[in-house]
Design a protein around this ligand. Structure first.
Ligand SMILES: NC(=O)c1ccc[n+]([C@@H]2O[C@H](COP(=O)([O-])OP(=O)(O)OC[C@H]3O[C@@H](n4cnc5c(N)ncnc54)[C@H](OP(=O)(O)O)[C@@H]3O)[C@@H](O)[C@H]2O)c1
Length: 205
């Protein structure tokens, strides 16, 4: 699958590396292609991975991962407006600041409102990026809680999540995003007592 990644940092860089190793085609949007950080990423991944502008990454991707800090989200959304129609956007952002006044209940719903036609799926946001390369905790796989309105898009994101090693939990429609975003706040709070090598898990029987 062709995946455009907006933000080649802790989340985007790690997910891009794992998906590339699984055979997906990756295009990173980067601001400074000649920075040491980007060079190191490309050295690790080889020539099959491409870099370019936000618009190029979005045009390339059948799926687009949004993995920039919340303060950068408005500028990124402005750049990609009009290019996301019918595409899947995975929102892995966390809005750790008070929401702006003209807002929905969640970052994911704000993003969906800004990108009409995009199939927004909240995913991969409720644990520290340090865990992405090893999602096994004893015999358990860490859960990732996802939500979104488009069933086909959700199935694709579920598959991508399972390839990462997640136990993917479908929490419901996109209006469930406020609850998932609260789980991240819970993870951050708990990590202050237990460290960052932790994950949330849905137990079932
Ligand atoms: N880190 C975690 O443990 C974690 C866990 C779950 C969710 N999240 C969420 O995931 C998002 C990313 O976090 P992170 O830790 O991966 O951050 P990060 O390591 O700082 O990476 C963010 C990346 O976004 C890039 N960026 C910002 N504006 C851009 C633009 N206009 N065009 C292209 N690239 C741009 C930055 O590029 P430059 O190098 O040019 O600045 C940087 O590479 C945040 O919303 C965060 O809340 C993080």
């Amino acid at each position: 699958m062709k995946i455009g990644i907006l933000g080649a940092g802790n989340i985007g860089g790690n997910l891009g590396k794992i998906w590339a190793a699984k055979g997906h085609e990756i295009f990173f949007a980067v601001r400074e292609p000649h920075s040491d950080k980007v060079k190191a990423l490309l050295n690790e991944l080889g020539s099959s991975v491409r870099t370019g502008s936000l618009q190029e990454a979005v045009s390339f991707g059948e799926v687009v991962l949004l993995a920039v800090h919340w303060q950068n989200v408005p500028a990124v959304l402005q750049e990609i407006q009009g290019l996301m129609s019918d595409k899947i956007l995975i929102d892995s952002t966390n809005r750790m600041i008070p929401p702006p006044p003209d807002t929905t209940g969640s970052a994911a719903e704000d993003i969906a409102r800004a990108l009409p036609g995009a199939k927004v799926i909240k995913a991969f946001s409720t644990l520290g990026a340090n865990n992405l390369t090893n999602l096994k905790f004893g015999s358990e796989d860490a859960s990732t809680f996802i939500c979104g309105d488009d069933p086909k898009a959700k199935a694709i994101v579920t598959q991508l999540g399972e390839e990462l090693g997640f136990d993917v939990v479908d929490a419901g429609l996109l209006n469930t995003a406020p609850l998932i975003e609260s789980l991240t706040k819970l993870w951050v709070q708990i990590s202050r007592n237990y460290g960052r090598e932790i994950a949330l898990k849905l137990l079932r029987r």
